[in-house]
Design a protein. Structure first.
Length: 66
């Protein structure tokens, strides 16, 4: 047990993105940090290792066709 309650809103992280793949001015609801990994793997064109991610939850942060 690490001592942090990840369900507590005060323990949330901030995700800021910038670049040609991301929609400009998009505001996305809260998502699990593990979803960043498959998004980065997608942008790099590599296959992510098996994990607890859910790429569809964050895919709408990207421009269509990316």
């Amino acid at each position: 047990m690490h001592g942090y309650d990840n369900a507590n809103p005060h323990m949330g992280a901030l995700f800021v993105s910038n670049g040609p793949a991301f929609r400009r001015g998009a505001v996305h609801p809260a998502f699990d940090n593990v979803d960043v990994y498959p998004m980065l793997a997608h942008l790099l064109g590599i296959t992510p290792e098996k994990n607890d991610e859910n790429f569809p939850d964050v895919a709408d942060m990207l421009k269509p066709g990316i």
